[in-house]
Design a protein around this ligand. Structure first.
Ligand code: T1G
Length: 698
């Protein structure tokens, strides 16, 4: 017998248990074990029914994603599912935790399904760039209809156990353990003389053109560029016009097509790196410190957002502000943030009220933080102000407490060196809005203790954030790289591209916004302040977007003033292009004697990405990002990089580093200040290697 699939008899019921931790993925050994167990059950006259169980916290987490891209081995999953369905006696799936992807498809191959309360039943394949490939798009609509199927499957969504029973995807809710529930249901069926009830034998689901078209329109808009979600709708539609055998063949054909797309490679890469990003040698096996009570210093947008993120995840928060009025303002902001969470269904009203009454308090003196386990400051971005705050924290906080800064670019080493316990200092760079954005850059200073870093990663997980380790430099990983590709855009505008064409080309690549829309959203004053800050050390060969400075002096700061690069009018979605901006740019070109030239969208995309990847190579080489995957995760979770491209470094590998390097060298012929090839990029090309080859370094 297989060592991952056990077979035993309980009376006249065969109990088949999958034990393949951590998620009972349907790797080859499990598929073979299931096949053999079903054959044995079918042939065993003493067995009148069978129950399939998954050991551990969930039933089956799906096909084994780590096998993708390798030659598939018999028996394939669709064959295993069809073999279960073909059994001459009833087979019951007893599902707990999650039945996802191939896991749900195995359950749909069974004749009956009992789900424990709290179970998720879903087909998330499209989130990996593929479609269900073992009957999910053919059997699901036979049970819940086309409309519900094209609501769930292209979204990669799932149903709760209760909803699944209500819709007919599962038959009944279980009580007790999954084994007890499975056995009880199997015995009930045997008692009723129930035979195998094959989903595949149910009639084709009635088509629903309106639902199909509505789903297509939704996903054409919502997932521009992605192919799998639309392909999944085509597969469901096939179920309405083909019998089960032809439908399964059509599903398999589409599945295989999706398996070959670069999008599948990108999305699988994203799946694995969002787990690998927290695996760092320096914190491997290091116990994090206990964090239950935190202090937040500063109740502005960031401080209130951080406090909200902590409160909604059950942490106790004390917020320090300079006076009662500011503290009240912060409380009002947090209350508004929590109301947003209630609207999004993340919180109940009662939870919101209890958070505000029990878990949150404000104070105007630092002594209130004497029992806090961690404090994070989000005060004005000025080194002297930060040092004053840290001096107070150093004075009042208990031994072993962690002192964190939310600075987005200041030198965390300098802050740490200003107090008596530099080992307890770390950067926790949240992205605004802090209670919504998932990325958290954990900025590790030279003296930061490993258990402080481990605590930061544990805190990120508790807050539902994705933490990336960053070293200390101006802008850490994300903003440092952003400054470069943003400068590349400004160079192209100075040379002849319009800001509006740049935005359009960048969005056509898959970014949610172009750099100028982004500037209008964040506020053009932020860019202006950053340029002023960097002015003393700016190289004279650098390009300054003087038109942006003029917009600032004209008070056109973007969305918040109704005008920036775009004009924002009441009741109109998005901004309208502003001819006066084009005039400002034309004047800037004239002043520098630049004759504008045409740019194609392809060249804009290429230059934009080449600047990003080139600077990212420097960031990796300097150890600011430990691995290229840390850059990928940063851009997937903090900058809206299209997930189906896997991240900028994965994209670069796929685009070809040699071609990228030759582009950069070509651009350097016109501007060898801005376009200096990163040594790491040159080394990888010389060694015929790629960024992925560096993802195992620690
Ligand atoms: N295959 C291989 N490894 C997997 C895996 C899978 N399906 N799911 C998780 N892992 C690994 C993961 O990388 C991590 O590894 C560990 O298990 C714990 O994961 C034919 C073809 C199931 C909800 O898309 O959503 O079926 O980092 O931290 O938080 O139609 O894992 O420890 O080395 O996420 O408890 C469809 C993907 C596959 C589900 C559990 N299934 N997984 O969450 O644990 S395609 C999915 C999840 C398919 C068929 C098609 C979650 C989870 P490591 P974890 P978790």
């Amino acid at each position: 017998m297989s060592d991952v699939v056990a077979y035993e008899m309980d009376g006249d019921i065969a109990v088949i248990t999958i034990a393949n931790p951590p998620v009972n993925a349907l790797g080859h050994a499990v598929r073979q074990g299931l096949w053999d167990a079903i054959e044995r059950f079918d042939a065993d006259e003493a067995a009148h029914a069978a129950v399939i169980l998954g050991e551990g916290k969930l039933f089956i987490g799906g096909a084994d994603i780590s096998e993708f891209g390798k030659p598939p081995q018999d028996p394939w999953l669709p064959e295993v599912v069809n073999r279960i369905e073909a059994c001459g006696k009833p087979v019951v799936a007893a599902i707990q935790g999650a039945a996802l992807g191939g896991g749900l498809e195995v359950a749909l191959g069974c004749h009956y399904r009992v789900a424990m309360p709290g179970t998720k039943l879903g087909l998330p394949e499209v989130n990996l760039g593929i479609i269900p490939g073992a009957g999910g798009t053919q059997r699901t609509p036979r049970l819940i209809g086309v409309a519900a199927s094209v609501q769930m499957i292209p979204a990669g969504g799932n149903l709760s156990a209760e909803d699944a029973v209500a819709r007919g995807l599962a038959d009944t809710l279980g009580e007790g353990s999954p084994r007890e529930a499975g056995l009880a249901y199997a015995r009930e069926l045997v008692g009723q003389g129930a035979g195998p009830r094959r989903v595949g034998a149910l009639p084709c689901p009635k088509t629903d053109e309106a639902a199909l078209e509505q789903a297509r329109a939704l996903w054409r808009k919502k997932s521009a560029g992605e192919v799998a979600r639309l392909a999944a709708i085509d597969a469901v539609e096939a179920a309405t016009r083909l019998d089960i055998a032809e439908g399964l063949d059509e599903e398999r054909r589409i599945f295989r097509e999706m398996m070959e797309t670069p999008q599948r490679a990108g999305l699988i890469h994203a799946f694995f790196i969002e787990r690998k990003v927290a695996k760092l040698p320096e914190i491997e096996g290091v116990a994090p410190r206990e964090v239950a009570r935190i202090g937040v210093i500063g109740g502005g947008t960031m401080g209130a957002g951080i406090a909200t993120a902590a409160l909604t995840r059950g942490l106790d928060v004390t917020l320090i502000e300079r006076d009662e009025a500011s503290a009240d303002k912060a409380r009002a902001t947090i209350s508004k943030n929590l109301e947003g969470a209630v609207k999004r269904g993340k919180l109940s009203d009662a939870q919101k009220d209890s958070i505000l009454s029990d878990g949150f308090r404000t104070a105007t003196g630092y002594d209130a933080l004497s029992e806090a386990d961690l404090a994070i400051e989000a005060v004005f971005e000025d080194m002297d102000v930060k040092k004053q705050v840290f001096a107070e924290l150093d004075r009042v906080m208990k031994k072993g407490a962690i002192l964190a800064t939310n600075t987005s670019y200041l030198d965390v080493n300098e802050i740490a060196a200003s107090i008596s316990r530099p080992g307890d200092v770390i950067g926790l760079h949240f992205f605004s809005p802090a209670h919504v954005m998932k990325l958290l850059e954990v900025v590790v200073a030279d003296q930061t203790a490993n258990d402080v870093t481990a605590t930061a990663f544990a805190l990120a997980k508790k807050l539902g954030k994705v933490a990336v380790r960053a070293g200390v430099c101006d802008g850490f990983i994300g903003n440092r790289i952003l400054a470069k590709y943003r400068a590349a855009a400004d160079r192209m505008v100075l040379q002849g591209a319009s800001p509006y064409q740049v935005d359009r080309a960048v969005k056509a690549f898959g970014w949610p916004m172009g750099p100028y829309e982004m500037g209008d959203l964040a506020g053009l004053d932020i860019g202006y302040m950053t340029r002023k800050r960097k002015e003393p050390t700016r190289d004279p060969r650098d390009v300054v977007p003087t038109w942006a400075d003029e917009l600032y002096h004209l008070g056109r700061l973007g969305q918040k003033t109704g005008r920036g690069y775009y004009i924002y009018e009441e009741g109109k979605r998005g901004g309208q292009e502003d001819p006066e901006v084009e005039e400002l740019v034309a004047k800037a070109r004239e002043k520098q004697g630049i004759a504008p030239r045409e740019f194609t969208d392809a060249e804009i995309q290429r230059r934009y990405m080449a600047a990003l990847v080139n600077e990212a190579a420097r960031v990796v080489e300097e150890g600011i990002a430990k691995r290229p995957l840390d850059v990928d995760v940063t851009f997937l979770y903090g900058y809206g990089f299209p997930r189906w491209r896997g991240g900028p470094m994965h994209w670069a590998d796929h685009a070809g580093l040699a071609d990228l390097l030759s582009d950069i060298k070509e651009y350097a012929e016109e501007d060898d200040f801005f376009w200096q090839p990163a040594p790491l990029l040159e080394r990888l090309v010389a060694d015929n290697a790629n960024f992925a080859s560096l993802n195992d370094q620690g």
